[in-house]
Design a protein around this ligand. Structure first.
Ligand code: KIV
Ligand code: ZN
Length: 521
């Protein structure tokens, strides 16, 4: 590796010799994470962010799974331009027809059909012989190919499939018209050398393999999804399927940001690159985390809050002497701002707008005005305003919904062994109303009960978390809640330097989402 004193640390980054197609499945496999379901507007926002980041293929959903999935794929296909839009289908006529119905208006469409091939799936799930699996897979690829020229076939549970049979299915489906053959490690069973062997076997033994792109789709059950994907690339795979923040079923999928940065940072080794604008990685990661309510662990590679933090004295000393001593990537390359400590009470609107832009947000004039007002209020409470503070305010604004109720004020009196007393004042349609209650296990429980009474919505609180957005005693607390109402899960989010107030606002945010849906129904 050639270390250089530039913003990028590898010399050969600019000259990747092989293009690796990045296939993002955050909206399909990622959405299968418990609690990660997204509404149409949220999916559209993520799809737009993926296009802006330079993702080649976006798997937008599984159209036959539900009317909501169908609508999301159709709307993304209609309006999101710049990436291929893909829809998933089982090997069934109705699935393929439905997928095409959703995709047909896309600038570039892909149908992705899958049928399991492993002996375990054949025997217990499909009850099909090897011959029947081949016959079905071929028929479905042909049906899909009648609709569109870009067809991906996945032999589900490929890594637990007999190598001879895997070669046979792959050869037959390429002959039937598959343009990409994806090798899913559905249960996260493979190891890197095992995965390399599978890809090499396909390349050596399938006579028509050069007629299709070999793709890789790894789950992270043993924590090896990224390593397995990279070994597959090394062995000749030309497409990697991945998700933002590694979201996905169980332990998740291969993380997009990790695989992209590994290819970029170790271009000297892989001689392969992607189209991804790496400075968009952190903003896109934050967007997905804010929308799904699934937080990124602090020490997560590439996008975690601590990914570039150097604590050890010896490391800090080295960094001061030369950043390359302990840094293989620059924070700016993945979208972290150059300096973290930014603004204060006396900073102006232009400085704030500049900062927001550098953080990757494109805001309208009105949004900057609102942000500036909130910034001034925050600067009165908090001396130093960090990027994360600004990001939290912006996210709050971007994801604001039209709120039926807003919090005017609250007062709680509580103490050890005492039932809290709460006075809550809400604003709705130009009027204020007050609820007073003597209830709950503590101040937050009391406020939640008072909000339920004031709004008339009863919910089950499924999850509640509070974490500090930045460091210091005056840091803003970010509260995320998940509540269930009529079998549906709704999320709420709010930030404030007062974490009890943030809790009240987050809970009210979730109730307002329920009210918005109830008004439509
Ligand atoms: O993990 C898997 O096998 C899948 C397929 C549908 C590609 O997600
Ligand atoms: Zn999967």
């Amino acid at each position: 590796m050639h270390i250089q004193d530039t913003n990028t640390v590898t010399a050969s980054i600019q000259s990747p010799s092989r293009h690796i197609v990045i296939f993002d499945t955050t909206l399909r496999d990622g959405e299968q994470s418990p609690g990660a379901s997204m509404n149409l507007a949220e999916k559209m926002e993520i799809a737009e962010a993926l296009v802006a980041m330079g993702v080649d293929v976006i798997e937008a959903g599984f159209p036959i799974a539900s009317p909501g999935d169908f609508e999301a794929v159709r709307e993304i296909a209609r309006s999101v331009k710049g990436s291929t839009i893909c829809g998933l289908a089982r090997c069934r006529d109705a699935d393929i027809d439905r997928a095409w119905e959703a995709l047909k208006h896309a600038q570039r469409a892909r149908i992705h059909v899958f049928l399991a091939t492993s002996p375990i799936h054949r025997e217990h799930k499909l009850k099909m012989s090897q011959d029947e699996v081949v016959e079905h897979a071929v028929a479905c690829v042909k049906r899909a190919r009648n609709y569109c020229p870009d067809i991906e076939y996945s032999p589900e549970d490929a890594t637990r499939t007999e190598p001879d049979f895997l070669c046979r299915v792959v050869e037959a489906t390429i002959a039937a018209g598959a343009t990409t053959v994806n090798i899913p490690d559905t249960v996260g069973y493979a190891t890197p050398s095992h995965m390399g062997e599978i890809i090499r076997t396909l390349r050596n033994r399938v006579p028509n393999i050069d007629k299709a792109v070999i793709s890789i789709h790894c789950h992270n059950d043993l924590g090896m999804a990224v390593a397995n994907s990279l070994t597959a690339v090394e062995a000749g795979a030309g497409q990697v399927e991945c998700t933002i923040n590694g979201l996905g079923e169980r332990a998740g999928n291969c993380s997009l940001e990790e695989v992209v940065m590994a290819l970029r940072t170790r271009n000297d080794y892989y001689h392969a690159g992607t189209r991804v604008q790496t400075q968009r990685l952190v903003p896109t990661s934050r967007l997905v985390s804010n929308i799904t309510g699934i937080q990124v662990q602090r020490n997560k590679a590439i996008v975690g809050q601590n990914a570039f933090a150097h604590e050890a004295g010896i490391h800090q000393d080295g960094m001061l002497k030369h950043h390359t001593t302990y840094e293989i990537m620059r924070p700016v390359d993945v979208g972290f701002a150059i300096s973290d400590l930014v603004l204060g009470k006396h900073s102006g609107r232009a400085a704030l707008a500049d900062r927001a832009k550098a953080m990757g947000y494109t805001l309208t004039r009105e949004q900057v005005d609102t942000l500036f007002e909130q910034f001034k209020v925050l600067a009165d409470k908090k001396k130093e305003i960090y990027d994360a503070d600004i990001g939290a305010l912006i996210e709050q604004q971007i994801h604001a919904i039209s709120e039926k109720w807003t919090l005017e004020s609250y007062k709680v009196t509580c103490g050890t062994g005492q039932v809290p007393e709460v006075e809550l004042r809400l604003h709705r349609g130009g009027e204020s109303s007050t609820v007073t209650m003597h209830c709950g296990d503590g101040p937050i429980d009391a406020i939640f009960l008072a909000i339920e009474k004031a709004t008339g919505f009863t919910v089950v609180c499924k999850d509640f978390s509070v974490h500090s957005v930045t460091v210091g005693k005056d840091a803003q607390g970010e509260v995320l809640v998940q509540v269930e109402h009529d079998g549906q899960v709704y999320r709420g989010r709010a930030v404030s330097t007062d974490s009890v107030e943030a809790s009240a606002r987050a809970f009210l945010n979730a109730i307002n989402r329920i009210a918005a849906v109830s008004a439509v129904v």
